[in-house]
Design a protein around this ligand. Structure first.
Ligand code: SDX
Length: 423
């Protein structure tokens, strides 16, 4: 009778062990019993960059990388993108169900009352250099929020925990817009709580001297869709940082600052900015073969391509690509789109990319839309962070409430000097 176990034979001494298989995994701690002597520490698993290691159990997001499937709490991303708002998706990720009409209105009210930031944040922000990267400003100001809310570390109190989470979700657009206005040398524009979550961001960023900013509904809807697509993505690098830093029971603002730091990298959320710079450097279709040759020679990466989990087309990239034309009807077609489409067509035919299953990911087309909407290139990862904040918080709270979790503290294989003494 087959059983859900693994029989391991240690060929060093012929001993056998039965290890349970649960949810397609074995527990790494079950390897520690495998010893060759009483003072042997026992076996560990070695998995640099966690290529094949599950760090947690989660009910929030499901991805099937081979099939290009992404679901939030069981709902396909395509349906959520088409039929819901970002705040509804945020409620879904945090609470497990979409809000009723009444819950949605209460949730919206909860958010709008927290969109303002302490005036001292402005003085703090004013001290950044005029060309400071907005991700560096966001990372710092989110971390600074922990100093304004002394109760924030009390993460075991559910009411306090949720209050801090709502505060962060509500204040991220304000901090992002302030960072932008600082970069542009413009006065800060305060939240307009009569606008939607994305409309308010557009207003705080682009309002000039007019009494009330006129939100373009097509751009508002496009940003809403982009935030939904970026909201969560299971155990990606920045979410793992959020969970790992949060596991020391620090406050959620400090954990989120670490997550922003992880997202900033060009291999992760910084890729959307890197894609635009790459397309600008290519300049024209006749220079694509040169880039492809450099990529094959290992001298460059095709930014916006490839994924640790998706070995198929990233479903988010497909949705963004389809949405691009609606935005360009309003903003005018981004001339770099044709270059991106040509680059994708060439890459998807090329053996190097085909055999490595490298497809466009969420970052390949998003920057083209952000650029056409008037966002400067270095704001692109900030926009990624705005959408992902709710995912970080949902995953962080799931970690806080998970009785199996402890402070994250991996082991190592020591390869340094043996004992030695000073002369
Ligand atoms: C995001 O994890 C998530 O879910 C992330 C994310 C989210 O929503 O949170 O989806 C968001 O970060 C998307 C990814 C954005 N990053 C980029 O677009 C940067 C370019 N992509 C790569 O650097 C890379 O594909 C990664 C970082 C995304 C994934 O890297 P892996 O899984 O560690 O793969 P790898 O580096 O081991 O590459 C495997 C092979 C290598 O070739 P060989 O050594 O086998 O010869 O594929 C090659 C790599 O050289 N390769 C690429 C490539 N990506 C991988 N070659 C050229 N261009 C690329 N983009």
């Amino acid at each position: 009778m087959p059983s859900d176990t693994l029989t391991i034979t240690d060929n060093r001494n012929g001993k056998s062990y039965e290890v349970p298989i649960e949810d397609g995994t074995i527990r790494a701690m079950d390897l520690r019993q495998i010893k060759i002597s009483d003072d042997d520490f026992g076996l560990m698993s070695y998995d640099p960059a966690f290529l094949n290691t599950a760090s947690c159990r989660s009910k929030i997001t499901f991805i099937d990388g081979e099939k290009g499937i992404l679901r939030y709490r069981g709902y396909p991303i395509e349906e959520l993108a088409e039929k819901t708002t970002f705040l509804e998706v945020a409620f879904l990720l945090l609470n497990g169900e979409l809000p009723t009409e009444e819950e949605h209105e209460k949730w919206r009210q909860e958010i709008v009352v927290h969109t303002m930031v302490h005036e001292n944040i402005k003085h703090f922000m004013d001290e950044f250099h005029h060309d400071a990267h907005p991700m560096g400003i966001l990372l710092s100001t989110v971390g600074a929020l922990s100093t304004f809310y002394p109760n924030a570390p009390n993460v075991s109190d559910p009411v306090n925990r949720r209050l801090q989470m709502v505060r962060l979700i509500a204040k991220m657009p304000t901090l992002a817009a302030f960072a932008y206005r600082h970069r542009m040398g413009m006065p800060y524009s305060y939240p307009d709580n009569n606008l939607s979550y994305t409309g308010n961001l557009l207003s705080m960023m682009f309002k000039m001297a007019e009494p009330k900013y006129e939100v373009n509904p097509v751009l508002e809807k496009a940003l809403n869709l982009l935030f939904i697509l970026h909201a969560d993505h299971e155990q990606n690098c920045s979410t793992s940082a959020m969970r790992s830093v949060g596991s020391s029971r620090t406050d959620p603002y400090s954990a989120a600052a670490a997550a922003i730091g992880a997202l900033y990298g060009p291999l992760h959320g910084g890729a959307n900015e890197a894609v635009l710079r790459m397309l600008r450097n290519i300049g024209s279709p006749d220079r694509i073969p040169h880039l492809i040759e450099r990529v094959k020679a290992g001298e460059a990466r095709l930014m916006g391509f490839g994924h640790r989990v998706y070995k198929n087309y990233d479903p988010r990239a497909r949705i963004i690509k389809e949405m691009a034309n609606k935005v360009f009807e309003v903003t005018g077609r981004n001339p770099l789109l044709d270059l991106a489409l040509e680059l994708e067509a060439i890459a998807l035919e090329d053996e190097y990319f085909v055999e490595r299953k490298l497809y466009p990911n969420v970052d390949f087309y998003s920057g083209l839309i952000y650029q056409s909407m008037g966002f400067p290139v270095d704001m692109f990862p900030v926009l990624f962070a705005l959408g992902r904040t709710v995912g970080w918080l949902a995953q962080w709270e799931e970690m806080v409430l998970d009785s199996e979790q402890k402070i994250a503290r991996p082991r190592q294989i020591y390869t340094g000097h043996d004992l030695r003494h000073l002369e």
